[in-house]
Design a protein around this ligand. Structure first.
Ligand SMILES: Nc1nc(=O)c2c([nH]1)NC[C@@H]1CN(c3ccc(C(=O)N[C@@H](CCC(=O)O)C(=O)O)cc3)C=[N+]21
Length: 373
């Protein structure tokens, strides 16, 4: 279908400029954080469904795109087609496993895991994520606690709520929904979460431990953990393989690279200042793309047979779709699925795994706190 191909990534100039275009021509109001000015995403990758603030990153990434040589010379094996890694299905399996364990713990010691979510402001996308997390908690038997604070709340107020949850024995996990409003310092707030309850794994001590040989964090951040779980459960061998992570954010790219390294891969990180991203990526047996640029990774970037985990969730205009937009990954699925050995789709890939890992981290936390094996 020509229209599908065109709207995907066959026109590389178009696809590369998409984020920039979106910044210049903002999408329908549904996307817009309301009320008030659009907060800049501190977590651009996962906040990718809010395209307004994409401009600075789009510029950086346009540079990254420009550095890549001809993307049109994709090595397309006409009859090859990658195995689709079904994140939705794997996430469902994990949620079921978590549900079984929660029931077992409740029967044995009468403890129900509790997850506290703090949401500041009224961004539509954040509200949707928080609602989905609550639903997912209900379904597996995690008790959820929610605090909603106004956009103009003070850092002190947020930290006060964190402190209350830190001391509350019925709460085993605390999540502060990101991005936070501008006037808040993420670091101050994330540092306030008890490392034993930091189910997002964003506390610097947890990231630090993740980075060290012979130490383990209390929690691994949900999205990169979900990526690894997808690789493991799809039978992708990691030990001794070359892995490339595209993107170096604190919440996805960096921890994903550390996890791959821990799993004995040889890891390179490609980012906006990388001179030859295409060439480096083409050496990878495993690619984790977490950069937040629609269709950046083309077929020509991919070594035949490579396993691809696509973390990007980027909205692109699509008048034909009911919402007026659709979600695409950082990888041009159309091209990549003809070259790769295995690939995650968007949606239905890493996204659902993020929530499944959050539930799993919350269960693990309750087990650890109550010394339940
Ligand atoms: N403290 C914190 N922790 C987070 O983990 C966190 C956060 N803040 N802020 C926002 C991002 C975003 N995020 C997603 C979760 C699920 C999907 C997901 O399930 N997506 C579906 C589709 C969504 C759709 O169709 O709109 C999919 O990819 O198939 C996406 C994104 C977690 N985040």
């Amino acid at each position: 279908m020509a229209s599908t191909i065109l709207s995907d990534c066959s026109s590389c100039a178009t696809s590369r400029l998409l984020p920039l275009r979106r910044a210049l021509h903002p999408p329908p109001p549904r996307f817009r954080p309301s009320p008030g000015p659009a907060p800049l995403p501190r977590r651009p990758l996962l906040a990718a469904v809010t395209p307004l603030p994409l401009l600075p990153r789009a510029r950086r990434m346009a540079a990254l795109s420009a550095a890549a040589s001809s993307a049109d010379s994709a090595t397309v094996l006409a009859d090859a087609s990658a195995k689709i890694i079904d994140g939705k299905l794997v996430a469902k399996q994990i949620r079921e496993e978590v549900g079984v364990e929660i029931a077992r713990m409740k029967d044995a010691i009468g403890v129900v895991p509790g997850l506290a979510v703090i949401l500041v402001g009224s961004r539509k996308d954040s509200q949707t994520y928080v609602r989905n997390k609550k639903k997912a908690c209900d379904a597996v038997g995690i008790k959820s606690y929610e605090v909603n604070l106004p956009e103009d709340a003070s850092e002190y107020e947020v930290i006060k709520h964190i402190a209350t949850f830190n001391d509350d024995p019925s709460v085993h996990g605390i999540l502060v929904q990101l991005p936070l409003p501008h006037h808040m310092n993420d670091e101050n707030i994330l540092n306030a979460v008890s490392i034993e309850k930091d189910v997002d794994g964003f506390h610097p001590v947890n990231i630090g431990r993740l980075a060290m040989q012979g130490r383990d964090p209390f929690f691994v951040p949900c999205t990169p953990k979900g990526c690894m779980e997808l690789l493991h459960r799809s039978g992708v061998e990691i030990k001794g393989k070359r892995a490339v992570v595209i993107g170096r954010s604190n919440i996805v790219g960096t921890p994903a690279a550390l996890l791959l390294q821990k799993a004995n891969a040889t890891v390179s990180i490609v980012h906006s200042k990388t001179k030859n991203p295409e060439e480096i990526t083409r050496q990878a047996d495993i690619i984790i793309a977490a950069v937040g640029v629609a269709n950046l990774v083309r077929g020509s970037w991919i070594k035949p047979g490579a396993a691809i985990i696509d973390v990007g969730i980027n909205p692109v205009d699509d008048p034909a779709s009911p919402r007026g937009y659709r979600l695409v990954g950082d990888v041009c699925f159309e091209e990549a699925s003809k070259v790769a050995g295995a690939i995650t789709p968007v949606p239905g890939g890493v996204g659902p795994m993020t929530i499944a890992m959050l539930l799993s981290n919350t269960l693990d936390s309750a087990k650890r706190i109550h010394k339940f094996k």
